[in-house]
Structures are given as structure tokens and as C-alpha cells.
Design a protein around this ligand. Structure first.
Ligand code: ACO
Length: 321
């Protein structure tokens, strides 16, 4: 039976680095506090004047994923961009990427599931490919969260970073395997992590990310292990069968808590949040690309991808690399 396999990865990051020391100059915080509570040291921040945008970073990451897979843009059937920070509501970012890379025959659209967006995109592409509608897809997560962050709110501005990651997937007859996919949403808790769309009828619109950090923390540390356990159960696998857990990069303490709950060594949970911060939908594909290019992924490895974020949304996928 045919299935899908990731054949190429790519990523693109803004040039500018914003350190914890830089943030100390903006709000009452310290490098020590940020590192201890989050594990983050610095993050990349897009410079719009230099042409760094959600769309341009997405297009660069996509081009690199295609190059990594040895594919040409004109071969691409489907482009999905997961983002919650696009420059334009219309046209969608995926159509901008299509034009930028010259993927003329591709169908392109965006989806927004915040930090779970890339995973939900992968699962959407899987359905398209598995049903035979398309043969391949580019799935991209791209964010410029720095423009949605209130740089006077120390509870949130320390956390986020900008960047984009992409994967190219194709229908394959052998080698690849998708073992299981789990997704969930809990809209009733949506307002613990929110950002309002521009509303011209409101005199002083609050356009920044607002978060109840402790509630998000509780949600992530409880829901992610449950969802990974469900995916393992569906696949009839145990944590011992998993070579790497590529998890959303929000906070090192969340990763450590998940490792503890699942009884998995942190060596199996790669992280890049020290120098990337939380890039929402871009976090998992950037991590995948960095692991791929560093030789940490080997064909035949069984990997878990798991994301969680605003919505609330969460999901896990087990696949063969
Ligand atoms: N610097 C110094 N002090 C701070 C800062 C800061 N940047 N932020 C908060 N504090 C203070 C608070 O005011 C509070 O002071 P008080 O005790 O005098 O009232 C104290 O530190 C403790 O605050 P808490 O909110 O309890 O701090 P906590 O240990 O929970 O850490 C954090 C906050 C890092 C946001 C944590 O709750 C967290 O990581 N939550 C998960 C949220 C997350 O990762 N979100 C990412 C986006 S969502 C996603 O990707 C899914």
C-alpha cells in the first residue's frame, strides 16, 4: 500500500539575533530568569526593511526543501503554509510562495492551527496524498511572531522567535510508513493564548499575543504525553521503538516534563529553542531540517512529531523517516 515519506527538508531564518541581554533593555527581566524558566538564550527577529517576511522566509525554506529532495518547483502538486502571522489575509501566503518559487501547477492554501499548524498541515497533506488526489506536497511552517509580540510584556516577549521550515513529501510504495496520527482541539480553552485580528471598529484594539503562561504550561505538559501515548497505542509501538521525538519547541521545562512523563531520555528529544525561541508553526520543520542536515536522522528511523498550541490544538504523528 502506498504511503507518504518526507524526502526533503529546508529552513530559513532571519539574520538578526535578539539575545536575552537585548530584552533586558526592554522589560524588567534577566538573562538568568529567562534561561532558567524557558531554556531560551536568543532568537531570530525578522527585519521587514531587509525583505524578511513570512512569505519570503517560507519561499526560501520551500526552495531548500525541494533542493534537498532533488525536485523541481514545477513538479509540486500541493503547497500548504501553516502560519498565524501572515503579511496578507489575501492573497494567502501559500499562493505567494507558489509565485515566488515558480510552482506553477501547485494548488496552494494556508491553514492556521498556531503551534500545531505544521503538524496539521502534514496530516492534511497525508489525506490528499493517501486518497490519490495529489502525488506530492510542500508543507511549510512560517512565522514572524515578533510583530505580534508586545515588547512591553515580559510574560510573552521573552518566548518567541521568527523563522520558517519546510518539508517535501511524496507518495511512495515502499520504505515510508505513517504509523499513526492523532489530532485534537479544545476551543473552550482558546482564550488562554490569543491574538486579536485588527478590528477597526474598536477604538483601541489589542493586537498583541496574550497568554496565561501557567495554563498553557499545564495544558502542554498534560496533553502532549497523552496524545503521544495514544499515537503509540494506535501504532502498536512503545517509546522504546522510537528513535527521535521531534516536539514543538516552546519551553525546555515543557520538554523535560514530557520526557519524564513518557520515561524517555532527553537525548531522544532534540531541541533548538536555546537559539531559536518558540517559532510556533515553524518550530517542528526547522528542527527537522536541522536534525536532517546534522545527520541525526537515518532512513528507517521511527520518529514522533508532536505539536501543541493556541486554539487550543495538539497532535502527534508517528512515521518512518
Ligand atoms: N522576567 C522576570 N520575571 C518574570 C518574567 C520575566 N520575563 N515573566 C514573569 N515573571 C515573574 C512574574 O511576574 C511572577 O512574579 P511574582 O511571583 O512576583 O508574581 C514570577 O516571575 C513567576 O511568574 P510565573 O508566570 O509563575 O512564571 P512561570 O514559571 O510560570 O514562567 C512562563 C512563565 C515561562 C511563561 C511559563 O509559564 C511557561 O513557559 N508557560 C508555557 C507557555 C509557553 O511556552 N507558551 C509559548 C506559546 S504557546 C505554545 O507554543 C504552545
Amino acid at each position: 500500500m502506498s504511503t507518504i515519506q518526507i524526502l526533503g527538508t529546508g529552513s530559513a531564518l532571519p539574520e538578526q539575533i535578539r539575545t536575552n541581554g537585548d530584552i533586558e533593555k526592554l522589560v524588567d527581566t534577566s538573562d538568568a530568569w529567562i534561561q532558567e524558566r524557558t531554556g531560551i538564550k536568543d532568537r531570530r527577529i525578522a527585519d521587514g526593511a531587509a525583505g524578511e517576511s513570512v512569505a519570503s522566509l517560507a519561499a526560501k525554506a520551500a526552495a531548500r526543501a525541494l533542493e534537498n529532495a532533488g525536485k523541481h518547483p514545477e513538479e509540486v502538486d500541493l503547497i500548504l503554509v501553516a502560519t498565524c502571522s501572515p503579511e496578507y489575509l489575501l492573497p494567502c501566503c501559500a499562493c505567494q510562495v507558489q509565485a515566488e518559487i515558480g510552482a506553477k501547477k501547485a494548488v496552494a492554501f494556508d491553514l492556521n492551527a498556531a503551534c500545531s499548524g505544521f503538524l496539521f498541515g502534514l496530516q492534511t497533506a497525508y489525506c490528499y496524498l493517501q486518497s490519490g488526489i495529489y502525488k506530492n506536497a510542500l508543507i511549510i511552517g512560517s512565522e514572524v511572531l515578533s510583530k505580534l509580540v508586545d515588547w512591553e510584556d515580559r510574560g510573552t516577549c521573552i518566548l518567541f522567535g521568527d523563522g520558517a521550515g519546510a518539508v517535501y513529501v511524496e507518495t511512495v510504495e515502499e520504505n515510508g510508513r505513517v504509523w499513526s496520527m492523532v489530532q485534537g482541539s479544545n476551543g473552550a480553552k482558546g482564550m488562554i493564548l490569543s491574538c486579536k485580528e485588527r478590528d477597526l471598529t474598536t477604538p483601541t484594539p489589542d493586537l498583541f499575543i496574550r497568554m496565561n503562561g501557567q495554563e498553557v504550561y499545564k495544558f502542554a505538559t498534560r496533553q502532549v504525553p497523552l496524545c503521544i501515548e495514544e499515537a503509540l497505542q494506535q501504532a502498536n509501538l512503545t517509546v522504546e521503538n522510537i528513535d527521535l521525538f521531534l516536539l514543538h519547541q516552546a519551553n525546555v521545562r515543557i520538554l523535560e516534563s514530557i520526557a519524564h512523563r513518557l520515561k524517555v531520555s532527553m537525548e531522544k528529544i532534540p531541541k533548538n529553542l536555546e537559539t531559536r525561541g518558540n517559532m510556533s508553526s515553524a518550530a517542528i520543520p526547522v528542527l527537522l531540517d536541522e536534525c536532517n542536515r546534522a545527520g541525526k536522522l537515518h532512513r528507517g528511523d521511527t520518529i514522533v512529531l508532536s505539536g501543541f498550541g493556541a486554539g487550543l490544538t495538539y497532535g502527534a504523528c508517528i512515521m518512518t523517516w
